[in-house]
Design a protein around this ligand. Sequence first.
Ligand code: ADP
Length: 819
Amino acid sequence: MGVDARALLSAIGLPAWLIDAETKKILGVNDAFASLVKRPVEALTGGAALELVDPQDRVREGLRLGLQLGSPLAPEANQPGVTRLVVHGGPSLRVRFTSTPVPAVRPHGRLLIAHEIGADERAMSSSTKDATPPPRPSESGSAKVDATKRPAKIADAARAGTEPADNRDERWRTLFDLCPAPTCVYDLASLQIHAVNEAMVRLYGFDRDELLAMTILDLVAPSDVDLVNSIVEELRRGQWPGVLHHPQTIRHRRKDGGELDTELIAAPVSYGDLRARLVLHKDVTEQKRAESDLVKRARIDAFRGDLGAAMTADEPLPAHFDRVVKAMAHHLDLESVGVWVRDEVTHQLHLQASVGALDRDTARGAALDFGDAWIGRAASSGAPVLLDMWDPAMSDDEVAQAQKACVTHVAALPLVVRKRVLGVITASRSSAFPDELVDILGATAAQIAQALGTAFAYEALRISESLSRSVLGNMPTAVVTINKAGLIETANLATVATFGHAVEELEGRAFATLFATPEADVPALAAQSRGRGLAEWKGLRKSGERFPCELRIFQIDSLRGPGYAAILNDVSERYEVERLKAEFVSVVSHELRTPLTALRGSILLLRGGVLGPLSEEVMEMLHIAERNSQRLMSLVNDILDLERLHKGKMKLFIEPVHAHDIVGRSLDSVKPSADQAGITIDVLGADEVVLGDGDRLVQVLVNLLSNAVKFSPPGSPVIVTTEVEHDAVVFSVIDKGRGIPPSHKRAIFERFEQVYASDAAEKGGTGLGLAISKAIVEQHDGTIGVESQEGAGSTFWFRVPRALASKGKVTPPSSRPRD
Ligand code: ADP
């Protein structure tokens, strides 16, 4: 805190001017000085000091001021001299100056106080004891000074040219008391304080009498007593004969217990018989605090800068951590710093980077477990751990380690991202962690955690990306990804093998070019596919060859936005195998039919008694043989029927036919077995006319009815209904049997599919009935299906076109050859 020059000048009753010893410019004058040299204050301020000095005296005065250059607080500061001043519009004026350095106002500032002397008074001999000390307060009585009246009185006396000694004392006392800087006089021998001014009383809070009962050491804070003692010793030895501007600040204490940092300027004075020092105190507490705050802030800023640079550098993580720990140790005054990162597999902490002894020592051992030691505890709890070596939680080993590293306080801060602890940063010091430092460490931990989290996520993404890439790339099935515009983005090796195009030829090409019949667009195909394969697609190889291709297409999200992925299965081999199988079965069936017919004929002849009467046992055996040959025959017929249906060789004789006629004929055929099982079959619904092949539709309904009878418990009902649905008639067979499990609802319409492997043996049947029924219904442009609840029964239905002709005009079924 600088002292206000104007306040200082106006407080001095004598003519006074303030000059800068370096530039020798006038910094300010008071009114008394202005009236002495008969010039206005403004005209004087800022001018060259020497211009006011009579030319005869300039050399001497210049030398006097010049001597002080670079050493404004040189010992000759208090040296008086007689100078002639140029007075505006009159003769030069002889004055004696007292010159005092005032660094509190300006580093090179000097306060010159003029004592006007008569024309007869020639140069006075200089005396270092000229600074007459103020009378002791006890002598002067009141410590209070009437600042408003005294200056005027002194100025008057000064102008009178004669100056009684009393007045001089009075003036000095006034100057001492009014000096805005806290000032005191103390005895160098006893260190007893002998005089203090108002400013001193105000600054320290002790009243004047308390201060006068103290030594200067009583005012010094315990931490600086040694320092002051050593300075006093030097002064006593005469090491500093002149004015001393202490290079170090000294910490003083106030009455209220507060401490303040002071800068001291001390000058030797005679005080009665005592060898005393006049001491000017400058309170620099705020300045020091501001400076240290500034330094702290600058260091934190520098740290943040370094940290930011470390985090954004294009380097692998370990290099980031190296930079971070170095920046932390350097800027935050830490003895050691470490970054520990959690291993995702072992869940242990591994030291990734460190500075300082403590963490290096720790790293020599195995990796730390979560919860182990103070570092592991921060990881397991997810909260910062701050400990000193006296804490009972510290183990002997840890204390020994810390002692070796010369640290007393340790901190571990977890690196947490979205409630997951990814690691820990550790730090140690030889003193406690201030709150502010803990805050900075916390913020740094958050920043590192963020970087670590991002790096982990990036790594996980990279691994998953490379995994999917290699799985896709090496899959034996062709997979392509397609963008919104229907262009191929990526293709795997199997695509190349299947279609014969190189990857580069495929990328960017329209997806449709992979097919011989590109009809539907990609989104439509995806909607149609919905997770299941689309059969009957004709793939097109680069060679121009066509092949059956099963297509599965679905929506995906890629980095380039939403798109599609397609799985393309070359099913030519499967088709070929199926064709061969079907061909084989059909050949075998054909070949079986003739011998089977002969076999059956022979059995029937035997049973008819052609070769004479047979015993009962033989008859029984022949009955079994006949039943089985009958089963074999119907299997052969079913296989051949199915083959004909698939090849489109089975001709249908489509005509209007009454639904009830179909139902009636079917019931006739099923009745014996239903009666045998004690099952009644009811018919519901109006008689509608359908357009179809009566015999074939009877075949379908018979199959459904005999299944219902076969798979229902004895005595349960079966219902047949017929109903109109728009342009179709729906036949339904409802039973209360065991029902169909959901997994088999589609499959049972395929060839040789039965719900249980035991069905063929236990219930009879071949697993071909529903496949034949489906083929027949579909040849009628109809549909077939089942609704069922397992254990509660099934409803098998088929829908065939309705004849829109009137019921009465139904033509009788035309006779046709049966094959
Ligand atoms: P088959 O009856 O000759 O075995 P189908 O093709 O007619 O052959 O039937 C296939 C399978 O479907 C049967 O074996 C049986 O497992 C199941 N099934 C058919 N109808 C029913 C039904 N009404 N109730 C329960 N299961 C049935």
